[in-house]
Design a binder for this molecule. Structure first.
Ligand code: GLC
Ligand code: CA
Length: 545
């Protein structure tokens, strides 16, 4: 019997994200697998996490590393078997760790039997599971461009129609306007609930209610009605967590997604704080300089506008984003200091914190030649930009800054061959810095980034102010310091971070002169903050003066 989770457990939880292909290989094929995750459950328990968000492990032709699902109720054989999966759920549960499945409900693989049947005839009952438009093979229904390049429409000669896909042509969009599709998906979700999973992460959930005739992809008019139905029909269990990935969410929409009455999802996973350095117009490949005041304004807004009426995810990284220490931190001279600073800053906020594999080691971005990359988005970008006449160096610079493979290089477990990830040839190269940056070294060093996260996780569980405290931004106009407080009736927190590689003067507010320093990334503290210095103070029985 698996443990029962109480309602709202996820508000106190920390979630660790695993990208299975890159976590641990156990059979020498160079690809991480389910038994590999099993091997490291004790490591995760030691870190103190409550749940694992497991990126897709379903049967898939792997055009988009599993985000193209061919069978929702089967495991990709390269990762293992359903028995391995059940074993993982059970063994994780024994350590108090829940498994959150990654559900791709917006699209399937073109190898899914529904799509295969849909393509055979317009009369197939599965035809309506996807989004089709009539036309002629030379002119797509409109000029919508897919997230991974090319048109959002692909011609299917068997039925003489175009089908719609927001991502690769191998990822046809499901038609959420079909009640049969929705019921089929709810049924499939119950399959996983019955296996004892702790919840679900819902891939690009804001894109399910599309309306191509009006060129609507995100935030379609029926989106929230669909989410309420999904919640009612599939997430009946009180203890299940549901996390909605929503690139298009702002605080106002997030209050709907994560309404405290549970009518939609538990929490939103949104990207406004991540997209601040996208070029105007939102192009992620054309990076503009980061500005600390933008980050502060953005994070503060989410803190205040969701407090008491919604719930946010706290993250810097995932499998789609470059490594944070290479972005807001300094991945060379102050790699350890800046990674800890970013951890302390984020984990002091309200919301559910996430940790993406390797973030606890402060793993960094990688720069590879183009022929060593694997990601479909990155390779299409390269092809399209070179064809459009962009200089090669510029394209590579974009890829090194933003390519998704930055986050997908294998986990660095030790200083041995291939960082202990595989005895074969890794499917994506290991970052050559693994001799210095690896889990074994981090575990042996009491001052490692790993141990900083371990302490933060323990602190969040110990003091209620982390969960409930109201947020106040201090020093709003500083371009070097990020300072804020959290406050409840009987606790007060102060987080002070120097976001630069230079010393910065700072004096503590009077109320904190005798506060306890819970955590810092330096051992000595003066009125001058050291490069990337971070401090977390706490005071009890605070009474406003
Ligand atoms: C999400 C996933 C990403 C995937 C895309 C299409 O954004 O996180 O990895 O490529 O959806 O499923
Ligand atoms: Ca393997």
């Amino acid at each position: 019997m698996l443990q029962k989770r109480e309602r709202g457990w996820w508000k106190k939880a920390v979630i660790y994200q695993i990208y299975p292909k890159s976590f641990q290989d156990t059979n020498g094929d160079g690809i991480g697998d389910l038994p590999g995750i099993l091997q490291h459950l004790d490591y995760l328990a030691e870190l103190g996490i409550d749940a694992i968000w497991l990126c897709p492990v379903y049967a898939s032709p792997q055009v988009d590393n599993g985000y193209d699902i061919a069978d929702y109720e089967d495991i990709w054989p390269v990762l293992g078997t359903m028995e391995d999966m059940e074993n993982l759920i059970r063994e994780a549960d024994r350590r108090g760790i829940g498994i959150i499945m990654d559900l791709v409900l917006n699209h399937t693989s073109n190898q899914h039997r529904w799509f295969q049947a849909a393509c055979t005839s317009r009369d197939s009952p599965y035809h309506d599971y996807y989004v089709w438009r009539d036309g002629t093979p030379d002119t797509p229904p409109n000029d919508m461009m897919a997230c991974f390049g090319g048109s959002m429409w692909t011609w299917e000669p068997h039925v003489q129609q175009w089908y719609f896909h927001q991502f690769a042509p191998e990822q046809p969009d499901l038609n959420w306007d079909s009640p049969a599709v929705r019921q089929e998906l709810y049924h499939m979700i119950r399959f996983w609930v019955d296996k004892g999973v702790a919840g679900f992460r819902l891939d690009v959930i804001d894109q399910i209610a599309k309306d191509p005739d009006r060129k609507i992809t995100g935030n379609g008019p029926k989106l929230h009605a669909y989410l309420r139905e999904l919640s009612r029909e599939a997430f009946r269990e009180e203890g299940l967590v549901s996390v909605g990935e929503a690139w298009g969410a702002d605080p106002e929409r997030a209050r709907l997604y994560s309404a405290p009455d549970g009518s939609e999802l538990s929490m939103v996973f949104q990207f406004q704080h991540i997209c601040l350095d996208n070029a105007p117009g939102g192009e992620k490949w054309d990076v503009i300089p980061l500005k600390l005041t933008d980050l502060k304004r953005c994070l503060s807004r989410w803190q205040t506008e969701l407090h008491g009426c919604g719930w946010n995810s706290l993250f810097w990284n995932n499998h789609d984003l470059p490594r944070i220490v290479s972005r807001w931190g300094d991945d060379r001279r102050y790699r350890v200091e800046s990674a800890k600073m970013l951890a302390i800053l984020l984990y002091g906020l309200e919301g559910t914190p996430y940790l993406y594999q390797g973030e606890e080691l402060a793993m960094t971005n990688i720069q590879l030649p183009i022929d060593q990359y694997q990601d479909v988005e990155l390779l299409n970008l390269y092809r399209d930009r070179i064809a459009a006449g962009y200089p090669e160096e510029d394209v590579m610079r974009s890829i090194w800054a933003r390519g998704r493979d930055n986050a997908r290089t294998p986990m660095q477990w030790n200083a041995g061959p291939n960082a202990g990830f595989t005895e074969g040839t890794p499917w994506l190269p290991v970052n050559p810095n693994y001799r210095e940056i690896n889990a074994e070294a981090a575990l042996a060093d009491p001052n490692s980034v790993f141990h900083c996260y371990q302490k933060l996780i323990a602190l969040r569980k110990r003091y209620p102010v982390f969960q409930d405290g109201t947020f106040t931004l201090l020093e709003p106009d500083s371009e070097s310091l990020f300072v804020y407080t959290r406050e409840t009736a009987d606790e007060l927190l102060l987080v002070v971070c120097n976001f630069t590689g230079n010393p910065e003067p700072y004096s503590l507010p009077d109320a904190f002169q005798r506060a306890e320093l819970l955590l810092s990334n330096y051992t000595t503290h003066t009125d001058i903050l050291q490069p990337y210095e971070a401090r977390l103070y706490r005071k009890e029985e605070y009474h406003a003066i």
